[in-house]
Design a protein around this ligand. Structure first.
Ligand code: BGC
Length: 758
């Protein structure tokens, strides 16, 4: 299934690559092989080269890594992004290796390197594979320019519990949308194939099920049913591999009682067997060492032996790697040298395909030019515009007319923060290039309207110790001399005197992401109090939500006229938001998750099954509804769309046939706009109970006022099959299928078709 042989740099044929790798392996010692299977963090430049940061209790020493390079015993490094430093380390590796084997440089290029795109959950909210691929192609271009070869992205973990901070890195709750977003990201990162110029190897992660952490607590165990594993959590990985991803990363947690990073069934039977993956697998950071922490491996040598035996080719390690013990493990008969060889071959093949033996060094001058390319900022701005989701717009408050609005009160510390707007998982941004929401509004409307600003509540403060605090400038400092009462009052007065109040509320940059789970979904700090006080002035309020997970907006959804979810929109976020606010762009994004009313409802998904007393399914709690605040797929625009003529090219198909669904969408409003046309199905009966609705198609279209378009979707055997936990196999049932088309997961326009028995 996986075409890692796909069009690469065209330097060597597959057969040449294979025989070159074998030739190298034949000459290597076991220690050199173990070295090729080790990837070190290199924090040499972090806070001066003497820094020795500790991560998870293990210290990373630059000197240890440099020594390993000198012995030819390191295969890959991560966390170096300076081209000169990359060249220096590469030279050391090549000179240290008897065979001149170059290093692979990997890094977390999650949503941009220097040009920061909207966070991944935002990109998913665009429901636009083209925008996503273009964005990640820019990220890849910048990464490759500085000398990186490989990104630890996309994160394709399904996330159904927003307490889990890493929901921001993925595409939300749905396997179909998740698969489309995963494939688009791989296309963007990798281009035509491994080794394509200006692209990097993509590494979907974390295999598999990581997003289902119990209680939403990051790293905690995951217990997935057979049906959820195959029907929900695997499809985005399958799509990423189908798109050619060259690497896969393991996951930190126990999956059904077995550490995912030491689970042979996962990598050998599922990943390489069922999914046909031929690339290389990397462990998550220190995840092989963790086999000890889990109480799985006896000691570090056992951990190394079990990691590589499970099919984890490369160990990502901070300090003291388990794979450095592999020579000892081989000697003691715990693992065979052939097992090592198979992993070394995969790593060497990736290096050969990337053309690193011919061109190991990077052009430092060119790196500067590529990073400065203004076209990248343009891609980021458009992506931010296309990601925004208009949750509510009473009385068509948006778009604003700057000339008529009078003065604009911009409120909330997130409105004027160059860091928070970037969201988590970025390190190499240029704050000088970042446009805040306040700046964007001033640039756009400052000449015709008075724009005034008040934070209202205290700016970024150190709420908890984030794992990212070790990076310079990341740890927020408590603002000095901030008078909470007076500032709140000042913001309210500003709003009272203004024609419109634009509030930017949400979570600060590192309140979300890895190791940033929460037990509540409330707006942190006094933000809700601020919102209520501003709304009580009677001035019309636009709430811009800066977030990577759904927050508790029950009050706002009743009392605030307009709510626009801008996510963490990135480097050009402020410019994009201003375009949206004043109608130079129109929101067309849709929610990639069901937005809960309260944390007590989670996990809540639209694709649940039906059971006893379904008429009460919306009232499963006596103290709260069990419907979401906003449904999956929801998102308004500045115009209206009508759906009509839902039709099928036939009423019945055999199991191996395809039915074509058509629906006509008309822009019935006064403005041009985008709509994401969505197709849902339900199987009425069969050999398992199937979800009440499942997304099976979507297309984002642009329509001028009055314009109509007929959109078609194909439903064939692949779309209708599912993993049946009783049969323990994929099945296609003969059944009646409902079909809905519309603008969100509550679409009402419906029809049916039959799949007849074979
Ligand atoms: C994360 C990975 C990431 C790696 C390297 C780990 O803590 O789980 O997603 O790629 O660090 O930064």
């Amino acid at each position: 299934m996986v075409d890692v042989q796909g069009p690469g740099a065209g330097r060597m044929t597959d057969a040449e690559i294979r025989s070159r790798a074998d030739e190298l392996i034949a000459g290597m010692t076991v220690a050199e092989k173990a070295g090729q299977l080790t990837q070190y963090f290199y924090f040499g430049s972090l806070q001066g080269s003497d820094a020795e940061p500790s991560v998870g209790g293990v210290t990373s020493r630059a000197a240890t890594v440099e020594e390993a390079l000198g012995r030819g015993e390191a295969g890959s490094l991560l966390f170096v992004t300076d081209p000169a430093q990359i060249n220096g380390l590469q030279r050391r590796a090549i000179e240290g290796s008897r065979f001149g084997i170059p290093l692979l440089f990997g890094y977390d290029v999650i949503h941009g390197l220097r040009t920061i795109l909207p966070v991944p959950i935002a990109l998913a909210a665009s429901w636009d594979p083209e925008t996503i691929a273009r964005g990640q192609a820019v990220a890849a271009r910048e990464a490759r320019a500085v000398g990186l070869h490989w990104t630890f992205a996309p994160m394709v973990d399904i996330a159904r519990d927003p307490r889990w901070g890493r929901i921001v890195e993925g595409a939300g709750e749905d396997p179909y949308l998740g698969a489309a977003v995963a494939a688009a990201q791989v296309r963007g990162f990798q281009g035509a194939g491994i080794g394509a110029p200006e692209h990097v190897i993509a590494g979907p992660k974390h295999f598999a099920g990581y997003g289902a952490a119990v209680g939403g607590r990051d790293y905690d165990e995951v217990n997935l049913s057979d049906s959820e594993f195959w029907n929900v959590y695997i499809p985005p990985f399958a799509a990423a591999l189908e798109a050619g991803a060259g690497n896969v990363m393991t996951a930190y947690m126990d999956l059904n009682g077995i550490p995912a990073s030491g689970n042979r069934w996962l990598f050998t039977d599922v990943l390489r067997g069922a999914l046909g993956f031929e690339g290389f697998v990397v462990s998550d950071a220190n995840a092989v060492r963790n086999l000890l922490t889990h109480g799985f491996a006896r000691d570090l040598t056992d951990a190394g032996a079990r990691g590589v035996s499970a099919g984890v080719d490369l160990e990502m390690a901070i300090g003291d790697p388990a794979y450095a013990r592999l020579p000892e493990a081989v000697e003691q008969g715990m693992v065979s040298e052939e097992t090592l060889d198979a992993s070394v071959r995969r790593v060497l093949e990736a290096k050969l395909r990337m053309g690193l033996f011919e061109e190991p060094y990077v052009d430092e001058e060119r790196a500067r030019e590529v990073l400065a390319d203004p076209a990248h900022r343009e891609v980021a701005r458009v992506a931010a515009e296309r990601s925004a989701v208009l949750l509510r717009n009473e009385g068509d408050l948006l778009p604003l007319d700057a000339a008529k609005t009078g003065s604009i009160a911009v409120i909330g510390p997130l409105a004027d923060s160059r860091r928070d707007i970037l969201g988590p998982w970025c390190f190499d941004f240029d704050l000088g290039e970042t446009v805040t929401v306040l700046q964007g509004i001033r640039d756009k409307a400052g000449e015709v309207a008075r724009v005034e600003y008040a934070p209202g509540v205290r700016p970024a403060q150190r709420v908890f110790a984030s794992m990212f605090d070790m990076f310079p400038g990341n740890a927020p400092e408590d603002p000095e001399g901030f008078d909470d009462e007076a500032e709140l009052e000042r913001a309210v007065e500003l709003a009272r005197a203004a024609g419109v109040a634009v509030l930017v509320l949400g979570e600060w940059q590192h309140m979300i992401g890895e190791a940033a789970s929460r037990s509540s979904l409330e707006l942190p700090g006094r933000q809700l109090e601020l919102l209520r006080a501003v709304a009580e002035t009677g001035t019309p309020v636009v709430l811009l939500v800066m977030n990577g997970r759904p927050l508790d907006l029950r009050w706002a959804a009743e009392h605030v006229d307009a709510i626009l979810d801008i996510w963490y929109p990135g480097t050009q976020g402020g410019a994009a938001v201003a375009n949206l606010l004043f109608g130079d762009a129109a929101p067309g994004g849709k929610l990639p998750f069901s937005w809960p009313r309260t944390v007590g409802q989670v996990p809540i998904v639209y694709s649940h099954t039906r059971s006893h007393e379904p008429e009460n399914q919306a009232r499963r709690y006596w103290d709260e509804e069990s419907t979401p605040l906003f449904p999956f797929g929801h998102g308004l625009g500045y115009t209206r769309f009508a759906y009509a003529d839902l039709s099928l090219d036939r009423d019945a198909i055999a199991p191996d046939e395809t039915v074509t669904v058509s629906v006509t969408v008309t822009n019935t409003g006064q403005r041009a706009g985008d709509e994401v046309v969505q197709l849902y199905i339900h199987q009425r009966h069969g050999s398992a109970s199937r979800p009440v609705r499942e997304l099976k198609g979507f297309e984002r279209i642009h329509l001028a006022p009055g314009e109509s378009r007929t959109v078609q979707f194909a439903l064939g055997p692949d779309a209708l099959r599912y993993w049946n936990a009783a049969a323990r196999d994929w099945v296609n049932d003969a059944s009646t299928f409902d079909v809905w088309a519309g603008g969100d997961s509550t679409a009402e326009l419906a029809t049916t078709f039959e799949v007849t028995a074979a």
